[in-house]
Design a protein around this ligand. Structure first.
Ligand code: ATP
Ligand code: MG
Length: 204
């Protein structure tokens, strides 16, 4: 079972992904927990290029290709092998982030972005995607005091608004896979809804 978390910056993805991991580990499942971008040798290099090099003004096409390079390697070296071994794999961001950020956010041609993004998954699809949905202002206020901001967190409000709407648009088209979670609530309420969704799917 492959579970991904998506949503705008500060929507609570990492918080909820970790809570889900702990819950499933407690239930006795073997869980691999990971995130994009940044896994492995290539991932570490790419993450630095994408998020940390402040003087590097990446062209949007270059940015698209870097995210996708990171993903292909991640799928091949970690996600596929762990899924094959029977683990539940939880990934903090995956292919939908690319479609939404590089397509709706950066304004690249959506069909081009989808093509490259779909190639980057090597055919791997999430069984469940939990989309944490909440107003941009609330999400950004949660991360305002963070010490190190990434480039994306510094984007203007309109950018984050396009991301939020982009996510909702793709969720509408794949309601079976993408579950929209009201993330403006407390951590525990959100956690309960997510564990219900995952347990229901596991018992199928
Ligand atoms: N439901 C919630 N209510 C209030 N605060 C929350 C909630 N969930 C998470 N937070 C807090 O909001 C901040 C952002 O949460 P988190 O890091 O999980 O978001 P994220 O989606 O992973 O962000 P990023 O996209 O930047 O990685 C953290 O300080 C976290 O403790
Ligand atoms: Mg996070």
């Amino acid at each position: 079972m492959f579970i991904t978390f998506e949503g705008i910056e500060g929507s609570g993805k990492t918080t909820q992904a970790q809570l889900l991991r702990d819950f499933l580990v407690n239930k006795g499942y073997r869980v691999t927990f990971t995130r994009e971008p940044g896994w492995g040798i290539l991932g570490r290099l790419i993450r630095r290029m994408l998020l940390e090099e402040r003087d590097l003004e990446l062209d949007p096409v270059a940015e698209l290709c870097l995210f996708c390079a990171d993903r292909a390697q991640h799928v091949k070296e970690l996600l596929r092998p762990r899924l094959k071994a029977g683990d539940i794999v939880i990934c903090d961001r995956f292919v939908d982030s690319t479609v939404v950020y590089q397509g709706y956010g950066r304004g690249l041609d959506i069909e081009l972005v989808k093509k490259v993004a779909n190639a980057s998954t090597l055919g791997l699809k999430p069984d469940i995607t939990l989309l944490l949905n909440l107003p941009v202002r609330i999400a950004l206020s949660r991360i305002r005091n963070r010490e190190s901001m990434t480039k994306f967190e510094e984007e203007p409000l309109e950018f984050h608004e396009r991301i939020r709407q982009g996510y909702l648009f793709i969720a509408q088209k794949e309601p079976d896979r993408i579950k929209v979670i009201n993330a403006a609530r407390g951590v525990d309420q959100i956690r309960e809804e997510i564990t219900d969704i995952v347990l229901t799917r596991l018992s199928r």
